[in-house]
Write a protein that binds this ligand. Structure first.
Ligand code: PMV
Length: 323
């Protein structure tokens, strides 16, 4: 029995993925851009075992709940089909960051699982195919496969949609200072949220103008233009939350602490401190700045009432094997 361990980072989207053309295959309604979160990681070990009567899943040393096991089992079926392998597997996963803290643990989970499971099954996919496979576990997982700054290409509801690296981690010393205002699991997960996106009258406008925002964000990253980057990142986050708030039923993720951080970051920028924010499907705020400002931004965030912790991350590597 061969065990294979893979390591993946979660990622933070600067241009968001919200809504699918096709939900099951996770074909996104528009492209997105992200950065892998170095220092935060999921390590997953997969061992196929002919004696098992079903897949097993252990997360952070505990047997996983049925829903998580079923989701992983469905993904493992895809790998078994590709490999012509009928055996079940033992899947063990460890995160070094808190789950349910608004950091997309499903992205790093399915990126690491895609690599560990395919290699354990004896298949060696190229980066594009690995990204396509990870996408089927969790959409944003496809962006954790390539290194550094990543774009998920999604022209015209492409069924072969996958992510590519647009710049390596060393290209730009950006930091994500994640201000935690709430630690619980979100009430409505992103999976159900994607299905609601089309019920918002704003989604069509958000999607139709996505290519323009992707272009501006890509250029800002390639030119390390923090001002242009800040404007487009905040605009894109506001657009996604406007869609969420105007869906039926509506989704409202912000807490008072969320708004306090948004206002603080805006005022810091007016005072000349280059920092901007983006928010995923939860109340915690990802505050982005360059390395020079990281200590100051982190210290200031900790002083805001309602902030219970700050977790920091830098541009991360792509998903890789642990040898
Ligand atoms: O990959 P999912 O289904 O967890 O969706 C991620 C959705 C957001 O985090 C809100 C946005 C994004 O692009 O990561």
């Amino acid at each position: 029995m061969r065990s294979v361990t893979a390591v993946a980072n979660p990622n933070i989207a600067f241009i968001k993925y919200w809504g699918n053309c096709e939900a099951d295959a996770r074909i996104p309604a528009s492209g997105s851009i992200s950065m892998n979160l170095g220092g935060l990681e999921t390590r997953t070990t997969v061992t196929f075992n002919p004696e098992l009567e079903g897949d097993t899943l252990n997360i952070n040393g505990q047997e996983a709940e049925q829903a998580a096991l079923e989701r992983v089992g469905g993904f493992m079926n895809l790998v078994r089909e590709m490999a012509g392998n009928k055996h079940f597997a033992m899947v063990e996963s460890h995160n070094n960051f808190p789950m349910g803290a608004g950091i997309a643990s499903s992205a790093s989970a399915f990126a690491a699982l895609a690599l560990a499971a395919t290699r354990a099954a004896g298949i060696d996919l190229d980066e594009g195919d690995l990204s396509r496979l990870a996408r089927k576990g969790s959409g944003s997982a496809c962006r954790s496969i390539p290194e550094g700054y990543v774009e998920w290409l999604a022209d015209g509801c492409d069924p072969d949609s996958m992510a590519i690296s647009i710049a390596p981690p060393k290209h730009w010393d950006l930091w994500d200072c994640i201000a935690i205002v709430h630690r619980g699991h979100k009430l409505v997960g992103s999976r159900e949220g994607h299905d609601l996106a089309h019920t918002s009258p704003l989604q069509q406008a958000r999607v139709s103008e996505a290519p323009q925002r992707l272009k501006i964000c890509r250029k800002a990253i390639l030119e390390r233009d923090f001002e242009a980057f800040s404007d487009i990142v905040e605009l894109d986050s506001h657009l996604m939350h406007a869609v969420m708030m105007t869906s039926s039923p509506r989704l409202f993720y912000w807490l008072p602490g969320t708004i306090a951080i948004m206002q603080a970051v805006s005022s810091w920028r007016q005072q000349g401190i280059p920092a901007c924010y983006t928010i995923d499907a939860g109340p915690n705020v990802h505050v982005i700045c360059e390395g020079e400002e990281k200590e100051l931004v982190e210290a200031r965030l900790r002083q805001i009432p309602g902030v219970i912790d700050v977790i920091t991350a830098y541009p991360g590597e792509g998903t890789h094997l642990l040898i």
